[in-house]
Ligand binder design. Structure first.
Ligand SMILES: Cc1ncc(COP(=O)(O)O)c(C=O)c1O
Length: 357
């Protein structure tokens, strides 16, 4: 039993770690799981005591609300090791706040700071051997919550389960990505759940993503659901463009995720005095900038994706726009390097983003 503040966390350790079976030099994203997970149940209007146990299966009834009516939300964050081998999390308080915003939007109970942050630290501390130290690799941590009522009928669940597990990961996009913009599918609309990290948003995005892949691209670059003209985000990351030396990114319209990497990128750009415009960005503007040679860079920013260079953009059936060479991209390459350097303690963490475990 370990005590976090006044909260008791029971810890049942795995008898034999699985870590020796893992090839840390060849980590696929999201397929390898660290030894332990944290589980905490909400019943009778209150969260119970969190338990840390070996990562594994748990039993649920087939009727639970999450499976039928989609009351399920999640977060994604990363832990890193610095040069001295200490474990750190990148901006976990932001994930905590966003988790509770998602919970509010989906009529779910708020999770407490003790369970989320202190439980998270306890779990990552226990599995800190699983934090990879290879360049570009990290421990991806996945808190999530879902409705567990045994009830068929549409209403907010009375019971919930909160779980955190983690995966040592390499790059989500090992290569530059190609994105497809289309008016055919919509991810989110005003008044909808677009800015919540709700599981259903991702299910709704799969068909478009499949069509993007059929077209030789990796994913969809979503357009707004009203005019079908303005760029929103990608399925895993917020979008940035460099047009004639100015960084342009869509504003938080209520339909896109408040990306923590997006916010960090905006701060770093300000630190460097690079001009930024946060506003609506139309597909027509991107096409025009491409045509007149002023579209210098395009990239996505996200926890899993980090800074992902976009090398091709397709729009409907039009030929793909082939973007400038990755080596020539000053701004996104600087951001990629600087974020990695902050996370691994190679440069000063001026904004106090790193939280020691
Ligand atoms: C839809 C969507 N947009 C943007 C992001 C980037 O957000 P963050 O930087 O907080 O990971 C993510 C990933 O979490 C996402 O799933």
């Amino acid at each position: 039993m370990s005590v976090i503040k006044d909260m008791k966390v029971s810890i049942k350790r795995i008898p034999q770690s699985r870590i020796s079976q893992v090839d840390f030099n060849n980590l696929p994203f999201g397929r390898v799981f660290a030894d332990h997970m944290l589980v905490c149940d909400y019943k009778n209007g209150a969260w119970g005591a969190p338990e840390i146990m070996p990562y594994g299966k748990f039993e649920i009834f087939p009727c639970i609300t999450a499976l039928h009516y989609g009351q399920a939300i999640f977060e994604g964050m990363k832990a890193f090791k610095n040069q001295d081998g200490d474990a750190w999390l990148f901006r976990p308080e932001e994930n905590f706040k966003r988790m509770n915003l998602s919970a509010w939007r989906m009529c779910m109970p708020e999770i407490t700071h003790e369970i989320f942050i202190d439980g998270l630290k306890e779990l990552v501390r226990l599995d800190s051997n699983w934090i990879p130290t290879q360049e570009g690799a990290s421990l991806y941590v996945r808190p999530h919550m879902f409705g567990t009522d045994e009830y068929v009928g549409i209403k907010p669940s009375d019971n919930y389960r909160f779980v955190i597990f983690s995966c040592p990961v390499g790059a989500y996009y090992p290569e530059p990505v190609g994105l497809w913009a289309t008016r055919k599918y919509v991810r989110a609309n005003e008044g909808g759940t677009g800015e919540a990290k709700a599981a259903g948003n991702y299910a709704a995005s799969l068909l478009g993503a499949r069509e993007a892949r059929d077209r030789g691209l990796n994913n969809v670059m979503w357009l707004d659901g009203h005019d079908h003209a303005y760029i929103e985000e990608c399925g895993t990351m917020n979008m940035f463009f460099v047009i004639n030396g100015t960084v342009v990114t869509p504003n938080l319209s209520g339909t896109i995720l408040h990306g923590i990497t997006r916010d960090s990128v905006l701060t770093l750009l300000e630190d460097h005095g690079i001009p930024v415009e946060v506003r609506r960005v139309s597909m027509a503007e991107i096409k025009e900038a491409f045509a007149n040679g002023t579209l210098e860079e395009a990239f996505g920013a996200g926890t899993a994706a980090t800074i992902a260079h976009v090398d091709r953009i397709g729009f409907e059936d039009e030929p793909h726009m082939i973007l400038p060479k990755i080596e020539d991209r000053k701004i996104s390459n600087m951001l990629l390097r600087e974020l990695a350097d902050i996370r691994t303690g190679r440069i000063e963490d001026k904004h106090n983003w790193m939280v020691k475990i």
